[in-house]
Design a protein around this ligand. Structure first.
Ligand code: ADP
Ligand code: GLC
Length: 483
């Protein structure tokens, strides 16, 4: 590492990482951490599966680990770089070289997902213990979500050799369950199959295994760290997490401030704090792109996975009042077919005022953040959330449910916050159609006062949402663990 002594080495293990593969914010965060931590002297490599077609994208690929038979077939690890990030790809064709997405094909989970991600975690623990062929060996093993959950467990059960482990919860809704009879096949010790260890209501839970064996637990916002200890949010694991409260930390995600910068974004007509008027031209373009017209109130956008978590089902209920008040809505997302259908139905009901594009389109999402007045995030739970932070960067005010990372990143427009010039959006509670509808009424009222609105936009755009503070928090945690 140039100019700076190496503070230590971290092996990060996850099922997705930008730019190689992304289905959600997990990939953004796993891809951002190595660069953010490098600024603090930490040398991080990311281990993920070599899904079909990925190995060819590694620059300078070399074999750095050879495993022989790993969970039923040959496996090697290829090391190389992608966009400046040091990547390790676990090539095990019997597990990862197949049709479909990383977790499912044709709408059905891959039946061997427990083995696929156990293998990833097992190899991570082996590398943590023995190092790579090029002499690299980590001080810290950092696992993400259930797919990396068994890594701290394998490390602990097989002898950690001084390596410390961290697990980060990005989404507790997925717990990596496998039937108990798979215990031996997953190379887990039968002696650990009891409720204070691997067992979870008669099954094996990869996430729980990580939570009980890692030296530290983090999640992606301080509020979610507290929520997780309650039954409403812990999804059955609240007791496990609460029992280890002293080792739990909430560290807010950041966003890539270079990729998400309205002043340099090549996808849009650039603007910044001093040239906010140019945002109006982006708005006009976006209205045209979505076939919208006659929007006299705020133009709202949604860029999201369409799932129950995200509260998308509340949107049709709040639209009649919002549209009557002059509002418009442009949605980009994909997911639950029922929710896609409900959004299409809303677009049919309010032609010219509500429009929906089903799909995944990174570039379009930039045009939406530039052209929208507000971004809606009515999540039922949200460990951190990234789109409200893109909204802040682009002066596109977030209207969010006051939960998890949404509550930690948006300063709601209370009279005091407005008077102090601090308000950056609107946060509502609870996550239901009544509170959401009231928040949208408030949005329309604020939008009707141009000076107040512009003041909020400026406060939003000034709010720091990069990785500076959070990367320092991770660096401090690693240093503390290593001792
Ligand atoms: P989650 O990981 O729960 O889906 P986040 O807000 O943390 O939620 O991250 C979602 C990421 O995926 C953001 O970068 C968001 O812009 C992006 N995204 C979600 N849906 C789409 C889509 N349809 N098109 C483009 N980007 C999307
Ligand atoms: C998960 C969460 C989201 C978070 C992301 C990255 O997908 O749903 O809130 O921002 O992980 O940590």
């Amino acid at each position: 590492m140039p100019e700076q002594a190496v503070a230590g080495r971290v092996l990060s293990v996850a099922s997705e990482c930008v730019p190689l593969l992304k289905t959600g914010g997990l990939a953004d965060v796993v891809g951002a951490l190595p660069k953010a931590l490098a600024a603090h002297g930490w040398d991080m490599r990311v281990l993920m599966p070599a899904y079909r077609g990925l190995a060819g994208r590694l620059e300078g690929a070399t074999e750095v680990w050879t495993g022989g038979d790993v969970f039923g077939g040959p496996a090697i690890v290829l090391g190389g770089r992608v966009d400046g990030v040091a990547m390790l790809l676990l090539s095990a064709p019997h597990l990862y070289d197949r049709e479909g997405g990383p977790y499912s094909a044709g709408g059905r989970d891959h039946p061997d997902n427990p083995e696929r991600f156990a293998a990833l975690s097992w190899v991570a623990a082996e590398i943590a213990r023995g190092g790579l062929g090029d002499g690299w060996r980590p001080d810290i093993l950092h696992a993400h979500d259930w797919q990396g959950g068994l890594a701290p467990a394998y490390l602990r059960y097989g002898g950690a050799g001084g390596v410390k482990s961290v697990i980060t919860i990005h989404n507790i809704a997925f717990q990596g369950l496998a039937p108990a009879w798979k215990l031996a096949g997953l190379q887990l010790p039968g002696s650990q199959f009891y409720p204070d260890a691997l067992e979870y209501y008669g099954n094996i839970s990869a996430l729980k295994a990580g939570l009980v064996t890692a030296d530290a637990i983090t999640t992606v916002s301080p509020t979610y760290a507290e929520e997780l200890m309650r039954p409403e949010f812990g999804m059955g694991l609240q007791g496990v997490i609460a029992a280890r409260a002293a080792r739990v930390r909430g560290i807010l995600n950041g966003v890539d401030a270079e990729v998400w910068d309205p002043a340099t974004d090549t996808e849009i007509l650039p603007y910044d704090l001093r040239r906010l008027k140019a945002k109006a031209a982006n708005r006009a373009r976006l209205m045209e792109e979505f076939g919208l017209s006659g929007v006299t109130g705020p133009l709202a956008i949604v860029v999201s996975r369409l799932t129950d978590q995200k509260g998308i089902d509340l949107i049709p209920a709040v639209l009649p009042d919002f549209v009557a008040a002059g509002g418009g809505l442009a949605v980009l997302g994909s997911g639950d077919p029922g929710l896609e259908g409900a959004l299409h139905e809303a677009a049919r009901r309010f032609p010219g005022r509500v429009a929906v594009k089903i799909g995944y389109d990174e570039r379009l999402s930039h045009r939406m953040f530039a052209g929208g007045d507000a971004v809606l995030v009515p999540s039922r739970f949200e460990p951190c959330g990234l789109t409200q932070m893109y909204g802040l960067r682009y002066g596109t005010l977030p209207v969010v449910a006051a939960t998890g990372g949404l509550a930690d990143t948006v300063i709601s427009a209370s009279p005091m916050a407005l008077a102090a010039g601090a308000a950056t959006g609107i946060a509502f509670h609870p996550t239901d159609a009544l509170a959401f509808g009231q928040a949208l009424r408030r949005l329309c009222a604020l939008f009707a006062e141009p000076a107040v609105w512009a003041g909020m936009q400026r406060a939003a755009m000034r709010q720091p949402v990069g990785w500076e503070a959070s990367s320092a928090a991770y660096a401090a945690l690693y240093a503390e663990l290593r001792g």
